[in-house]
Design a protein around this ligand. Sequence first.
Ligand code: UDP
Length: 487
Amino acid sequence: MAPHVVFLPYSMMSHLTALVQIARLFAFHGLRVTIITTPHNALVFQSLVDKDRLVSGRSICIRTLKFPSNVLGLPEGIENLVSTPNVEIAGKVHYGVVNLLQKPLEQMIRQLNPNCIVSDMLFHWTVDLAEELHIPRFSFQPVSFFCQCVRHCLREYTPHNKVDSDSERFTIPGLLHEIKMKRSEIEDFLKEETYYGKMVKSVVDADLRSHGIIHNTCSLLEPGYAELYEKIRGRKGWHVGPLSLFINKLDDVKRSKEIHNSNFSVPNWKESDDCLSWLEDQDPNSVLFVCFGSSTRFSNDQLREITLALKEANCPFVLVVKEQQDHHDGNSNKEMLNKNGKCFIIKGWAPQVIILKHRAIGGFMTHCGWNSILEALTLGVPLITWPLFSEQFHNANLLEQLGLAIRVGADMWNSGFIVSCPVISREKIESAVKRLMCDSEDSRKIRANVKLMVERLNSASEEGGSSHSDLIALIEEIKRCAFNNST
Ligand code: UDP
């Protein structure tokens, strides 16, 4: 019988999307797959899994565990960071998923008696369980090699402790290129002891004891950094990105609704469809897509600067705004912009992949979440970088190093998705928008580099390409381990 692999995705859209994509690919390649999650997270990808099982006959299913909403004092249905309005609730969701669900998850995995565990890196405790069950554990890392290398070099050489101020630029030793940063751009946990820092340490320790690490990236995207990372960690990883390229082939996405589904649930179909009709009326490559990931909340002051800058730049745009604390101001921004007529505003969840795919889109202003970057690059869309939190400043540096983006000029790291750093002025935003969206030397160079990158990424996912080969080798490795354990 085919080996049985249990998947544990983390409750954040970017992590969840990628791990479920791997699960579906494993099932496509003949493994038996069970994804364990909570009921509301399951709804996000249930229809895809059902289709794989019922229509395509693959061995894939979902098992759910009740989320401990009452213990955490949360309303039913808040199980994913995407639906958390503030940092306190986000912390509770994280605690519920990683800590309170540990015992029930362990119990369910024991019952399922799988041949292998593929877990989000944040479930670091799965390494102990895998050791106890004598099965391999693979950790999934939804970040770039470059980011891991930068974090390592910052820890190792602490160049940020050798400057006089937060705004002084320094070079990071140990990397393959000259990368400069400011102390203000570095994550808190690299500068002081934090809860997250302790968690990262547990994650790294667990990764080192794991059978392997799976990465949603490829060496052609980050030349040299896969090798550097493997040298730092002292072990080989499995580079199977960008996963969306495999998934598109698997789903054979042709019609727009199917592409929506491939990128998971879209609550507001009417607004999404209206947006696509609006894009149909725009010139090719003329529209800027502005979206800052699944959870970023800007202050209304910052939103106003963004909207005024876009209006001044005279560039048509689609702007995605998550739920605001101050609804009145958010609405007045929308009304002001709607009068202009050259924009479309989506409140809530946008069908990002299908928007990026539209021929009218000529640029993407992004917070530099890793998934957003991969989606834009596979679809050939150049970027304007506006990093905000997490590892996004490192991703932005990588993009600039590769000549794939223009920066807005953000230089202050935020501790979470509620943006608290000083407002970036409309002049800076307008200037970046014009540099990318108007015909300029910079813009032409970036567009040519992005075109080359699309070819590279496609070649990695084709038969014989590096990501395709690693995916097949990974599946073979799991089969080999299962076979060895059974004999
Ligand atoms: N996304 C989307 N619609 C939105 C916001 C985000 O489809 O309105 C998707 C986006 O396509 C990507 C993911 O959510 O797949 C965001 O992941 P990323 O790593 O870019 O950022 P994060 O949300 O983790 O900050």
